[in-house]
Design a protein around this ligand. Structure first.
Ligand code: ADP
Ligand code: MG
Length: 271
């Protein structure tokens, strides 16, 4: 049965999608079958994995996306696409998903639709990684509710890095109380670190103070231009620039996640 994680932070541009795509691809290189579920209307994970919305919607019978899965309850199996990478599959998103945030409000089981949809395909994967939009609306709530094994929180090493984090943690608490009692923080990952700036170093210290010991991943992802170039070629960092500092960091991060996944819950930094 697959382990399910989402990557969430309502701030945009902190490295959520980059983390989903590259951790996901690394896990496939370790022999795991991985499903990326794109729950962001911006569909950056979808396009990073080489899938083009224009081609999809131009066909006479466009294949379903996460939108049809959440709003019309179409079987998620029909929405799964293969990618160039063996063992890495994706449930794509589409800009129409922006409407789902409102459409879901009037529907039954509006917070649990993704969790229920995933049950039918969990047996085929080792890891499900859910990418979320930069908001704390129903799409992110669906992702948090579905994440049996935890939420990964990227924090950018930038000015005001901690801003908004208490709001995110409050939302996580609410979801844990009402929808997903198992929900825990799988780890906080510092991203876009620039060792030359004092600011980056200060953010690392602040974040380590803010979260409990063990909650912050030891791996810090450096700012690395290769990471930002790879998606435009539909590649992950491991095919685009396997020797880069970005590739090394995401390999180390994924290894940490694998090690944490093996530990009994009580030894982890559970909030
Ligand atoms: P989010 O999904 O949180 O909005 P992204 O993963 O899309 O964030 O990252 C925002 C932008 O920063 C993207 O253009 C991405 O390619 C770039 N980026 C992400 N991580 C890094 C990094 N470690 N170094 C350099 N650029 C990065
Ligand atoms: Mg994103």
């Amino acid at each position: 049965m697959a382990l399910i994680y989402c990557v969430a932070n309502q701030k945009g541009g902190v490295g959520k999608t980059t983390t989903v795509v590259n951790v996901g691809d690394y896990l496939t290189m370790r022999g795991h079958n991985v499903l990326v579920v794109d729950v962001d209307p911006q569909a950056n994970a979808t396009s990073s994995l080489g899938m083009r919305e224009k081609e999809r919607s131009a066909s006479a019978h466009p294949a379903p996306t996460i939108y049809e899965v959440l709003v019309s309850e179409q079987p998620i199996g029909q929405a799964i696409r293969t990618t160039r990478r063996p063992r890495l599959h994706v449930v794509p998103s589409t800009p129409a998903l922006a409407g789902a945030e409102v459409e879901l409000v009037g529907l039954t089981g509006r917070e649990t639709r993704l969790r229920r949809a995933l049950t039918s395909i969990l047996q085929y994967y080792d890891y499900v990684l859910i990418d979320t939009p930069p908001s704390l609306g129903l799409l992110t709530i669906n992702a948090l509710t579905a994440s049996r094994d935890g939420v990964i929180i990227p924090v950018q090493c930038e000015y005001l890095a901690l801003e908004g984090l208490s709001h995110l943690l409050h939302t996580i608490d609410l979801v844990r109380q009402r929808l997903n009692p198992q929900l825990k923080i799988a780890g906080v990952v510092l991203t876009m670190y620039d060792g030359r700036t004092r600011l980056s170093q200060e953010v690392v210290q602040e974040v380590k103070k803010f979260f409990r010991a063990g909650e912050v991943f030891q791996t810090i992802v450096p700012r690395n231009v290769r990471l930002s170039e790879a998606p435009s070629f539909g590649e992950t960092i491991f095919t685009y620039s396997p020797e880069s500092t970005g590739a090394m960091a995401y390999a180390a991060l994924a290894e940490e996640l694998l090690a944490r996944a093996k530990q009994p819950v009580r030894e982890r930094g559970v909030r």
